[in-house]
Design a binder for this molecule. Sequence first.
Ligand SMILES: [Zn+2]
Length: 379
Amino acid sequence: MFRNIYKKVIIVCSCILLSASYSYAADQIPTVRVKIFDGVSALHIEGRDIQLIDTYKNLYIFKNHGISYIVVSAGDNGVVVGNKLYPARMVTLLFSGGVVRVNNRMLRGHLEIANIDNSHLIVINEINLESYVAGLVNAEMPHNWPVEALKAQAVVARTYALWQKDRHLNAYYDMDAGFMDQVYIGANSEDNKGWQAVNATYGQIITYDNNPILAMYHSICGGETENSEDAIGYKYPYLRAVKCNFCRTAPGFRWKYTISFGSLAERLIVKGYNLSSVYGFEVLKRSRTDRVMVARVITDHGNIDLDGPLLRRVIGYEKLRSTLFRTNVKDGEILFRGTGFGHGVGMCQWGAYGMAKKGYNYQQIIHYYYKNVEIKRIY
Ligand SMILES: [Zn+2]
């Protein structure tokens, strides 16, 4: 425990003590806190020896022996189990047997369930990092991919999780389970090959100056990855643009999308912009890798300048699949022709697949997409 606190002090001061050693005690696997559900009205829980504990008072409020099924919902300043209201705004769910099923997800570790507005619940899963990575590898990459690509994903995911954890020391949770962080489905997605990739890289993370890097990654870079400062406004020395010829065979490498001025106006209005009609569209600024950094939408209420990521959010991440596109504006429509899928920063997942297919190992994959880094085992 003392060592853990000491570690946190070092990390908080890492801006000064850049060379401080970053490590955990041997076999002390860190845990991460992942938001699994937010705003659900009921939780259907099935597991063995289910116990609910008032998290704040540390008191048992509910206990079942053997395998049982319960429904938990939010009530007046408490949680409702079955029909009974227990006056606890946050409860910890414990169980035996290693996994519990919650709304059809198999989860490990322990869970905190909180009443957020007397009718909805939020669920945080605290889980050891190795189990988290095992549940994540197959959600982020198809399980039939070469194991060296899965190993690279395991190290990258572990690193990303620790980076987030170090920045959420005082927050209620470290990460979302959705695609804005890393896609974590739970133990449903674990399999032998995923565990093989996790076990083969046990405790390994990517470091720069002895600290975990911000291990960003994306699906398909489209030919070249992006410099971090041009995508997220901050220059990380290891997130540099690299040419990538390894993702060219990815499905959806090239894409097209057409949107009418009318539909774009609707999308902007939904997002809170003040306009009635769109009259034109132009690209104002591109990054060194040709990605759109600023685009202008000409409307009846003046110009709206959007940065690339915001433009993708307005139009839809699945439709405007990247900011690496050219446009053709005519007859009240914008035709986007692009390559890639995702923000383009850090590891290209389909590139990792392509490299592994060509015989590169996970260390070579990682060093290709992250510059001047080290791979270290930290526990
Ligand atoms: Zn690529």
